[in-house]
Structures are given as C-alpha cells and as structure tokens.
Design a protein around this ligand. Structure first.
Ligand SMILES: C[S@@+](CC[C@H](N)C(=O)[O-])C[C@H]1O[C@@H](n2cnc3c(N)ncnc32)[C@H](O)[C@@H]1O
Length: 313
C-alpha cells in the first residue's frame, strides 16, 4: 500500500505524466527531456529523481550522458503500463511534446543516415577498425552452432557482410536496412559473390513487413548502438522469430569512446550483458550464451537467445 501510494504521488503531476508519456516511446537523455519539456535542468532532474525513487523510472549513466527509461519490473512497471494506456487518449495535451521528440529523432536519424551515406563505400573497412572482425564472425558462427535454417534475417544489414557470412547455412537470406546507399553496396557485394538466395530490402527494423514467426535466425550485428529504442527493435525481431529460432546480437560492451557519438552517430556507448539479455527475456526468449571478445580499444559482446519451441498439446 505504501509503495503504491508513493508511486501514485510520484506520477500524479503534469510534468511527470508528460515524462511518462515520452519515455513510453523509448529511453531519453536528461538533456533531451529538458529540451522537450522546456524547463530548467534542475527542475527536470528533481522530477526524474522523485520518479526514480518511487520505482517508476530506471536511470543509467553512459559517458557524459544520463539516460532514463521506464522501469520494467515490479509495481512501477505495472503502474506505468496503466498510466500509459490512460494517457493514450490524451493526444492534444501531449501533441507538442511528441512533435519535439519526433523532431529530435528525425535530426539524429538524418545525422546517422548522412554518416552512412558518406561512408557506405568504405564501410567494410570502417567496421573492422576496432575489433578483429574475422574473430567476431567466427564466434557468431560457433554460437549459432551450424544448424541449417530456412530463413535468415539480418537486421541493419549495411553492406550485407553478415548475409555473406551466414549464406551457407540459410535457404533464404534477407537483409533489411533503412539506408539506400548501404543497400546499393550490399547488392553489389551479393552479386559479386553470386549469392542469389540472399536479398536486401529497404525497411525499418522497428516495423518489419514480415509475418509473425517467419524467421528461424535473426541477427543484429553492430546495429543496436545506433538505435533510439533498442528494446523495441529487439521486440520486433522476437515477433518475427519462429518458435525454436535463434536471435544473435553482436555489439560493443560498455565503453567510454564518447567521440563515436559525434563522429559516427552512435547513440549508445555499448551494452551491459544483462541489459540485452533482460530485454530478450522480457520479450519471451531465453539467453543461452554470452561471449566477450577483446578487440583492442573496444570489446565486443555476443548474445545468443532462443525462442522456446512450440509445446505440443
Ligand atoms: C554499423 S552499420 C552495421 C551494418 C552491418 N550489420 C555490419 O555489421 O556491417 C548499422 C546499419 O544499421 C542501419 N540502420 C540504422 N537504423 C536502422 C533502422 N531503423 N532500420 C533498419 N536499419 C537501420 C544503418 O543504416 C546501417 O547500415
């Protein structure tokens, strides 16, 4: 009862409801919340602290940036769900905030796209700057275990390198990416290697035009650190993953290379082991293996998560 009252009190104020509605669209930095809410930083920070203490929000620091996201456990998570459902109908009051949020995201998206546009041709060299790429590819193949699959989906395929790596295991490979420039390099690479059973398509990893449970293997290789809402991208991957299917995620372990935000449009400075496995488990998968690879300045982590097979009655 006390806990519920404290959480209700923490949520029961106009700015704090706005914060809940905004974070319902994905994690945000304090700076972004200050900008959208158009209030002073100390004021916004006070609201966030209160909501954090009441179990409504989780806070995490990454380099110079502090991020907030909705709490996913316990009473706070249940209350957030209920409040978000009630706030759904309150379009007019939140319209301004959501517009500013969209603008911030569009700007960041454009910045990332400009980066990929400018670097599409030399991406295959850039991608191997930090880690021994051959080692990562070898580890991914080992962790997948060599099982043949009908359909393989490469999320944020870029130049299509991962389609090449997994081509021998899949009857059909599909790479999706938002960047036309990346995709045109990928098409060239696939043609050069005569990988006719692999295709690429322009698409958004948050909203795949693919049926539920249609893919046996889904991979995110160095994609999530660009995502505004990595959890939502994983959830969408889990939607299209078939029962008994495997999700592989390869990304940087937490690091401090802040320059990657400015120079290479990274949103997140890596991910902790339990962050990704928690998201996957929350979406219904089971983490079966986590591996770390040391690659000089940046470490790479690979998560393997499996979807339970259908239980026959
Ligand atoms: C760092 S590159 C990695 C490419 C490839 N997976 C590799 O390992 O070489 C990240 C890719 O994710 C793509 N991307 C970013 N946001 C996306 C989204 N919402 N949907 C699909 N692709 C996206 C970018 O266009 C870019 O090609």
């Amino acid at each position: 009862m006390d806990e519920l009252l404290a959480a209700l009190r923490a949520a029961g104020e106009a700015t704090r409801l706005r914060v809940l509605a905004l974070l319902g669209r994905g994690e945000l930095t304090v700076g972004e919340l200050v900008h959208i809410l158009d209030q002073s930083q100390p004021r916004v920070s006070r609201h966030l602290k209160l909501m954090g203490e009441a179990g409504l929000l989780d806070r995490f620091q990454e380099g110079t940036q502090v991020f907030y996201r909705l709490s996913e456990n316990g009473l706070g998570a249940a209350l957030n769900d209920a409040l978000l459902a009630l706030l759904e109908g309150d379009g007019a009051a939140l319209e301004h905030d959501l517009k500013v949020l969209e603008k911030i995201r569009a700007e960041r998206f454009e910045k990332a796209q400009a980066y990929f546009r400018a670097h599409a041709a030399e991406w295959d060299q850039i991608r191997s700057l930090y880690v021994a790429e051959a080692e990562v590819e070898q580890a991914l193949l080992e962790m997948q275990g060599g099982a043949k699959v009908e359909r393989f989906l490469d999320m944020g395929t870029g130049t299509g390198r991962m389609l090449e790596v997994f081509a021998h295991l899949a009857s059909q490979g599909l790479g999706i990416d938002v960047s036309r420039d990346m995709l045109s390099v990928a098409r060239g690479n696939l043609a050069l290697k005569s990988l006719d059973h692999c295709q690429v398509r322009q698409g958004d990893m948050y909203e795949l035009l693919l049926g539920d449970e249609s893919q046996e293997l889904v991979l995110f290789h160095q994609v999530l650190h660009f995502a505004d809402d990595p959890q939502r991208a994983l959830k969408e991957a889990v939607r299209v993953l078939a029962p008994g299917g495997t999700l592989l995620v390869a990304d940087f372990a937490p690091h401090r290379e802040e320059f990657l935000r400015d120079e290479q449009a990274h949103r997140r400075l890596g991910f902790a082991d339990d962050e990704v496995s928690h998201w996957c488990e929350h979406a219904g998968l089971k983490t079966t293996e986590i591996r770390h690879l040391d690659g000089g300045r940046l470490r790479v982590t690979i998560w393997r998560c499996d979807k339970p097979a259908d239980v026959k009655e």
